[in-house]
Design a protein around this ligand. Structure first.
Ligand SMILES: NC(=O)c1ccc[n+]([C@@H]2O[C@H](COP(=O)([O-])OP(=O)(O)OC[C@H]3O[C@@H](n4cnc5c(N)ncnc54)[C@H](OP(=O)(O)O)[C@@H]3O)[C@@H](O)[C@H]2O)c1
Length: 290
């Protein structure tokens, strides 16, 4: 895979010197517009958001676009993508949809080719496709186990391989944000396969962070607490909701847009020394015992 950058490459070099990459030093004068731009602007960048048709990653994509990135929404549902792209356009952002199954290496390679053709580069990759199920452990069919492992774990593995190879080859640096879960930190009842896959995603992310830090590719895990979304709606029974609230100091669910701040931190210059982190956005869930 060749490293193909478009005419915005010059802008990228300037931004790197300003510290978007690793070890570049953050040159800014506090109190100026450049201050926040140097930390958070993604102008001229391209972000590929796998799972961007969904609720959480769609909001993350909106946030990336709002910071100036061109976003590529990836999933299989074009209708959901269109709705999200309309919101992004209405906010003055730029993005497009590419249909791909995140569990298929050939489709991810074709995605990378398409992004390089159309947008010229990749700077940020979000691996966020996810599926869930609340089947009691002894009843989990192998097909269900395999399907969840395929999407939640193999999809992240493939996304990291395909895009990681490109980012390393470019040598310009990049940020991979894998979407984990609180259930990947401490296993969550009822979602056995899901929890196991997310724990593996956390582990893989830290392993790659160590491996790829010298190659200027940062790998972090964004860890949402509880956010009502399509994939977990069937799991959120009234007793479950009560139990979640009892364990969430802020006593509420998160709103998808509350992931934007953490996403921008991990994506751009403000996070230039952050790799291998598990960044929790959970209303204090992880800090709760009794
Ligand atoms: N909601 C929460 O409370 C919560 C908490 C912790 C972690 N998470 C994680 O956050 C991520 C986003 O989840 P969400 O809650 O926003 O759920 P969601 O709205 O259901 O989004 C999940 C997305 O994954 C995509 N997807 C599923 N299988 C795919 C495949 N084979 N190839 C490509 N895309 C695929 C779907 O896109 P298409 O339909 O277009 O294929 C869907 O839009 C997931 O990784 C989830 O595990 C969520």
């Amino acid at each position: 895979m060749s490293c193909s950058h478009n005419s915005r490459t010059g802008g990228f070099a300037v931004a790197l010197a300003g510290g978007i990459g690793l070890g570049g030093g953050l040159d800014f004068i506090m109190g100026t517009k450049d201050y926040l731009d140097t930390l958070f602007s993604l102008a001229g960048r391209v972000a590929v958001v796998i799972g961007g048709t969904g609720e959480l990653c769609g909001a993350m994509a909106e946030g990336l676009a709002g910071a100036g990135a061109e976003v590529v929404l990836v999933g299989r549902n074009e209708e959901k993508a269109k709705a999200r792209l309309a919101r992004i356009a209405a906010l003055g952002g730029k993005g497009w949809f590419h249909a791909a199954d995140g569990t298929d290496r050939a489709q991810l390679r074709a995605l990378l080719e398409a992004v390089l053709q159309r947008s010229g580069r990749v700077d940020v990759v979000v691996n966020g496709a996810g599926v869930n199920s609340a089947t009691p452990f002894l009843e989990i069919p192998e097909e269900e186990f395999d399907r969840i492992v395929q999407v939640n774990l193999k999809g992240v593995f493939l996304g990291c391989q395909v895009f990681g190879q490109y980012l390393i080859g470019c040598g310009q640096g990049g940020s991979i944000i894998n979407v984990g879960s609180m259930s990947g930190v401490v296993p969550l009842s009822r979602v056995f396969t899901y929890s196991a896959t997310k724990a593996a995603v956390h582990n893989l992310s830290m392993n790659l962070a160590r491996e790829w830090a010298p190659k200027k590719v940062r790998v972090n895990v964004l860890v949402p607490g509880f956010f009502p979304a399509e994939q977990n709606r069937k799991v959120l029974t009234p007793d479950r909701v009560a139990s979640i609230m009892g364990h969430t100091p802020m006593k509420r669910f998160g709103e998808a847009r509350e992931l934007i701040g953490a996403t921008l931190l991990l994506a751009g210059g403000a996070g230039s020394f952050i790799t291998g982190a598990e960044l929790m956005v959970d209303g204090g869930y992880h800090a709760m015992t009794i």
